[in-house]
Design a protein around this ligand. Structure first.
Ligand code: SIN
Length: 282
């Protein structure tokens, strides 16, 4: 077993793993310890000073499960369809090489699929001189902080998730990815037990959750807005300031994230490779 150090980044979410090269061999015992540290850190691990070639990123990510090929095909890395490019870079013809708008709203990756994504690994190749941070919220901690009557109310609720929801909410380019209606909507319990820790977790997000089944529209909006506001209270959130070489692994079953698109005035480029690990049926 290889040794590594785990340094918490906040009391409720996030830890930095020091002393592991994700591009090198990681034996099974080390990998198991890493997974345990990941859950202990609320589903968020940061690895700094990595040097991850696309194939190495794909291979490390595959240790967690099968990889998703994103629906937005134009942003996949040629030769490595498992890598989805999140990028403000343009090619020689002036075309975006990756999704320049990615994640600029709170969401959990692929919650619009059944089963939704387990995890994502985002690796920074270029970062702006400042800005372009990503915020992560611990949805299990948010759930725990709800009062018991609200937890009871939520326990029998099911929410609908739809990729097209984000297309309706935002008009800054997301629409170009896939046409609305390409994917059917899916249903998930509002409170899902985490598959590995068993911890009750809020599973709704502003990006893809359209409504709660069986409620009137105004009731559904009120409940969802209350949950969205609650879940991103500062005490549940870690803000990651990127450096080139950072690889961040998050658990989509227990976290939401939000990319901050505040860096355009800096003239800097933000260019990242994401692998997404598919979930398994609950
Ligand atoms: C994403 O939503 O997966 C991208 C997050 C980011 O660009 O920070």
């Amino acid at each position: 077993m290889m040794s590594f150090e785990v340094r918490p980044l906040s009391p409720v979410i996030g830890a930095e793993v020091v002393g592991l090269d994700l591009g090198g061999p990681v034996d099974d015992a080390t990998f198991a310890a890493l997974r345990a540290a990941w859950f202990e850190a609320g589903g968020l691990l940061v690895f700094k000073e990595q040097s991850l070639a696309p194939q190495a990123q794909v291979e490390f990510s595959r240790r967690f499960g099968d990889l998703e090929v994103h629906v937005a095909k134009r942003y996949l890395l040629p030769g490595h369809p498992e890598i989805y490019r999140v990028s403000t870079k343009k090619d020689a013809q002036g075309k975006a090489v990756g999704n320049p708008e990615s994640g600029r709203y709170w969401h959990s990756d692929l919650s619009y699929l059944e089963p939704p994504a387990m995890a994502s690994l985002l690796y920074a190749l270029e970062v702006p001189p400042m800005g372009g941070d990503t915020l992560f919220a611990n949805m299990a901690a948010a759930y725990d902080a709800l009062s018991p009557p609200i937890r009871t109310m939520l326990s029998s609720m099911t929410a609908v998730h739809d990729y097209a929801h984000v297309l309706r909410l935002f008009s800054h380019g997301v629409r170009a990815h896939v046409g609305p209606g390409t994917l059917p909507s899916v249903r998930h319990p509002v409170v899902r037990p985490h598959q590995e820790t068993g911890r009750a977790t809020l599973y709704v997000n502003p990006g893809f959750t359209t409504h709660i089944e069986g409620l009137a529209r105004h009731e559904s909006d009120a409940v969802l807005n209350m949950l969205f506001e609650h879940a991103v209270r500062p005490e549940f959130v870690y803000r990651h300031r990127w450096s080139v070489g950072d690889a961040v692994l998050w658990d989509n079953r227990s976290t939401m994230h939000h990319a901050v698109h505040d860096f355009y005035g800096t003239g800097g480029v933000r260019h990242m490779h994401r692998t997404t690990i598919m979930g398994t049926a609950q």
